[in-house]
Write a protein that binds this ligand. Sequence first.
Ligand code: S3P
Length: 169
Amino acid sequence: MKNIVLTGFMGTGKTSVAKQLSSMLGMKIVDMDSEIEKTQGKTINDIFAQLGEPFFRDLETEMAQIVSAMEHVIISTGGGVVLRPENIEYLRKNGIVVCLMASADTILKRTRSTDERPLLKVDDPLAQITEMLDVRKPFYKNADLVIDTEGKSPRQVAEEIIRDLQWKK
Ligand code: S3P
């Protein structure tokens, strides 16, 4: 089976859906942000604060290239991976790109309990999310499969992905 590449904005449930898919399909998870943190020995927050977003984006592209050589894994990406078309080209070589969608309100609810997302540390996170979603929507829609996660549990989303992937084979 090809890799399953989960894309989508922060807080759309990529990590929890990856866990569900992993236990349902017996596939290992590779989390791109965690891999970047391991190679840098720094958290994503520290990479943004100390080295800047453009540096992080270069690390993300390097990582997209590395993980795209893997086989039979679930790849959980960072929400901004879609911004560089070459990242998606790499990830698609061996994988099916599945994008998770959610509304700005839902994203705010799902992200406000942690401070792990440097791009949402602003006075008005809802306005920031709305604006970023607007800019990124065309990139997210460019996936092989687009799944609305609104009102669904990670298990329901995973089941929907598995069902839809049967038709894609
Ligand atoms: C980002 C999303 C984050 C992380 C970084 C930038 C983005 O990953 O890669 O903070 O630009 O949307 P998650 O989507 O896993 O939160």
